[in-house]
Write a protein that binds this ligand. Sequence first.
Ligand SMILES: Nc1nc2c(ncn2[C@@H]2O[C@H](COP(=O)(O)OP(=O)(O)O)[C@@H](O)[C@H]2O)c(=O)[nH]1
Ligand SMILES: [Mg+2]
Length: 402
Amino acid sequence: MAGSQRYMRYIVFALFALIVFYFISSSSVPSASWPSYGDSTSITPSTPDTPNAAVSAVTPHASTTPNEKTLPPATIPGDRMNATFVTLARNSDVWEIAKSIRHVEDRFNRKFNYDWVFLNDDDFDDEFKKITTALVSGKTKYGKIPKEHWSFPEWIDQDKAAKVREEMKEKKIIYGDSVSYRHMCRYESGFFFRHPLMLDYEWYWRVEPSVELYCDINYDTFKFMAEKKKKYSFTLSLYEYVETIPTLWDATKNFTKHYPQHIAKDNSMKFLSDDGGETYNHCHFWSNFEIGNLNWLRSDAYIDFFTSLDKAGGFFYERWGDAPVHSIAAGLMLNKDEIHFFNDIAYYHVPFTHCPTGEQYRLDHKCSCNPKDNFDWNGYSCTSRFYEMNNMQKPAGYEKEQ
Ligand SMILES: Nc1nc2c(ncn2[C@@H]2O[C@H](COP(=O)(O)OP(=O)(O)O)[C@@H](O)[C@H]2O)c(=O)[nH]1
Ligand SMILES: [Mg+2]
């Protein structure tokens, strides 16, 4: 027994000695085959046919080879328009707006470096400013909305407004019981373009949290708007939820009766109404995406329109959205050819996608959207009407997406 124990001890010791010997011998092997990154002195060309072996020997970071192809310029040269992105957001929206900014920068703005104005009914905190400033390639500006632009006007009957919110809550109308959503819609309808920070600019592109862009945009969309004399634009259009705007068209008709001088001759009434203006068909451009002209929104025509709607009280007695308000204004007070459909801007805001119709375009612009998700030719979209009203030919292949 004692003899076999001694025997075992001997084997264990021998094994241990072997392991120690192995480690000592392998660590003493010269390690010249693992030069540290950037250490040019220890580098030997790994293969005899490495093209720039001579250069590699003298330049730092020579473990990599230079790209000899001509790459496109990192930014698009040329002058810029007097334009800005604009976002209305709360501090709590920071990570959702961060995603949107990244999309906009990657697909467009890193090539143009336009400014970005952020507006809030509260003070933006340091975290929000730090994150968004780091992401935007242009200048960032942060503005607080004056109280009088984010509160009930004195002519609003508070009890009546509260009762409506209760009723809408029972009917489960989206945002039906929300006061802040109503202030937001009224602000986007009538005030954002008058904020002191916005007065510096002529053009805006509105961006909301959690939106996505799916194709490269390689030209200046603001310049396009200016050169083509466009004032308003959209990517998605649809029918508004009737319960939120039962009297919006009556208020509109009241406006047109009092201000006939503001109505454009070649307007888009056909897009808005199927009976020559008697009733509204609820078609509107989805305003979470907009590229537009701020001077138009600041014009007497638009301000008179907003003021007369505001007096009617529907932002609080109903739940008028800024999308139908902007759309009716553009439809009646601009000429048809001043409204542009950006088929080439692939865009998503929950739950709808605009994915450009036309495969060659999608391939050329590195689009990542599924054309099957495109909403344009769906029965709930109004974009077909826009094409028909303007006698525009629908893009090739649209039938396959219906
Ligand atoms: N500062 C601020 N921004 C708001 C408020 N409510 C909504 N927003 C912003 O207004 C825009 C529209 O709001 P959102 O929640 O996206 O509405 P939806 O797209 O209609 O569902 C977004 O840019 C929001 O960040 C609010 O109470 N305060
Ligand atoms: Mg939104």
